[in-house]
Structure formats: structure tokens, C-alpha cells
Design a protein around this ligand. Structure first.
Ligand code: THU
Length: 161
């Protein structure tokens, strides 16, 4: 038997201004994208902004549906759009921000498991890490350097061979 510990580097920022200029701009785009969330059921509005290697920023927001599972998270709206519009441009980072009509979101919004899996696919495809920046409406901002850090032992296409 052998035991192995899996760990990763998490950077914690107390304020938006501590981020690099590029990441600040990306997070501001995610905050902006929250406005277009369609969240009549949860009142939880999420914005996601993707930094592409060609300088473009692609954004998305959560889009809910009366048939709840038919809705989609902001991260997947954004990453599928990036994949559809810029299929061969590497994704460098994703910034996520969330707010709620019901309470103050004062802790960083972490991508759900389905979104981690979706982002993982693109990270593996491009063979370059995708940094993940997470924020609520106020409070700290978290950064991890790669999606793989927050989805250890991920399912990937090698299992299908
Ligand atoms: N949501 C996101 O858009 N991203 C996440 O990472 C977590 C959850 C959305 C889905 C749903 O519209 C609402 O937030 C409440 O779960």
C-alpha cells in the first residue's frame, strides 16, 4: 500500500486591486457579465469571463430554465462559446463572480463539478493550464493556477481508449 497527498497552490487576495492588471480587467468583465444572468429561480447571478491568448475576452452568465436541469452555469456558457467561436485559441484564465438578490455573497464562488469537468476538457485539449479566479460580490478572491488543481483524478478521454 502507498499513500499519496495531493495538494495545490491557492493564492488568496484580499482585494481586487491586488490582482495583476490583466486579471483585474478579467474579473471586472465577470462582474459585468452578472448583469445578463437569467436567474429567476435561484436569484443567484453568476458571471464568467475567459481570457483568450489572442487578447479576446469572452463572457457568459448563468441561464436558468423552468425545467431546472436544462439551465446552464455561467462558466459553461462562456467556455462553450469560446470553444465554438475561437476553437484553436488557448484559454489562459477564467474569472468567476457571483451575486444574489437574496443575500450578500461574501465568499468566492467556486465552479460546480460539472463546470470543472467541462473546463478540464479544454485544458487537456490545449495542453496548457487554465487559471481559475473566484470571487463573490465582496470579500476575498481566490486563484488557482490550473483547473486540474481543483479536479484531481479527473475523468478524461484516456479512459475511453
Ligand atoms: N451557477 C453558476 O452559474 N456557476 C457556478 O459555478 C455555480 C452555480 C448557477 C447555476 C444556477 O443558475 C445558480 O447558479 C444556482 O445554482
Amino acid at each position: 500500500m502507498k499513500k499519496q497527498k495531493i495538494s495545490f497552490d491557492l493564492t488568496i487576495f484580499d482585494d481586487l486591486h491586488e490582482l495583476s492588471a490583466e486579471h483585474q480587467k478579467l474579473m471586472l468583465s465577470a462582474i459585468d457579465a452578472r448583469i445578463n444572468a437569467y436567474a429567476p429561480y435561484s436569484s443567484f447571478q453568476v458571471g464568467a469571463a475567459i481570457q483568450l491568448a489572442n487578447g479576446e475576452i469572452v463572457t457568459g452568465s448563468n441561464q436558468e430554465n423552468a425545467s431546472y436541469p436544462s439551465g446552464l452555469c455561467a462558466e459553461r456558457v462562456a467556455i462553450f462559446y469560446a470553444g465554438a467561436k475561437f476553437p484553436n485559441v488557448p484559454i489562459q484564465a477564467i474569472a468567476i463572480s457571483a451575486t444574489s438578490l437574496n443575500h450578500v455573497v461574501d465568499k468566492p464562488a467556486a465552479p460546480c463539478g460539472n463546470c470543472r469537468q467541462a473546463i478540464s476538457e479544454y485544458e487537456i485539449k490545449q495542453e496548457q493550464p487554465i487559471a481559475i479566479l473566484m470571487m463573490g460580490e465582496t470579500g476575498q478572491i481566490l486563484k488557482c493556477n490550473a483547473l486540474a488543481d481543483i479536479l484531481p483524478l479527473a475523468f478524461n478521454s484516456s479512459f475511453l481508449d
